[in-house]
Design a protein around this ligand. Structure first.
Ligand code: NAP
Length: 200
């Protein structure tokens, strides 16, 4: 049994990750507005407060992070910054601060997405951010101390999210969220580091 902090525990993917891991481990549920532990990954102060309150943990999973969707031709720098500040820097900051609070041999699992490798219309910000998260994970893996591992899960659109994201992903084969959850379990409970687990 290990102690796992799941950020985004109330979300579509986060809930499935919790359901997959909870039978075997102790889960700390965190999120921005609905989970028992409140955190905003875009705020360093909020992250430090969270980690100060939970003590040492063995694994961090992040299934949170927003990007901007919209047409390239009218995209502004401020819109582009939404993904940079939230999904990218939020998760990077989580990894940097979180690593200090992990036990030796602990793990960090971040979330990117299929747009890093397959672009869609309106997805320039998300494609950029997802590719950057994957680059960060590969690089951080070779520098993290004390045997700490880091991986990313890069899912296709999930079946349960098709009512929201379906129109962006015509022709993509959606993956049931349970299949995505297995990739998080592989990252947390396996032994690899610097990996990007593509689902779909
Ligand atoms: N769903 C898909 O098809 C899909 C496919 C590929 C990649 N992804 C990626 O997977 C991640 C999760 O997606 P999802 O569909 O499961 O999202 P979701 O259902 O909207 O859930 C998002 C979760 O993250 C939390 N959250 C949002 N912003 C936060 C912040 N700034 N700080 C801390 N927690 C925050 C939310 O907390 P509250 O509910 O309390 O606000 C919620 O628990 C996203 O990065 C998304 O881009 C999703």
């Amino acid at each position: 049994v290990v102690k796992i902090l799941v950020i985004g525990a109330t979300g579509t993917i986060g809930q499935a990750v919790v359901n997959e891991l909870a039978p075997r481990h102790e889960i700390l549920h965190a999120g921005r507005s609905r989970a028992p532990l409140r955190v905003d990954i875009t705020s360093e102060a909020s992250l430090r407060e969270l980690f100060g309150s939970v003590g040492k943990i063995d694994a961090i999973v992040c299934a949170a992070g927003n990007a901007h969707f919209g047409p390239l031709q009218t995209m502004t720098a401020d819109q582009f910054k939404i993904g940079l500040d939230d999904k990218l820097l939020g998760q990077v900051q989580l990894a940097l601060i979180g690593a200090e609070h992990l036990t030796d041999g602990g793990s960090i699992t971040l979330t990117s997405g299929i747009l890093s490798r397959e672009p869609v219309k309106n997805g320039a910000n998300a494609s950029t951010v997802n590719a950057a998260i994957e680059g960060f994970v590969r690089a951080a893996a070779i520098e993290l101390p004390r045997g700490i591992r880091i991986n990313a899960v890069s899912p296709t659109v999930v079946v349960e999210s098709l009512p929201i994201y379906g129109p962006y992903f015509r022709g993509f084969e959606a993956a049931p969220v349970q299949r995505v959850a297995y990739a998080y379990a592989k990252s947390v409970e396996g032994a690899q580091t610097g990996q990007v687990y593509c689902v779909g």
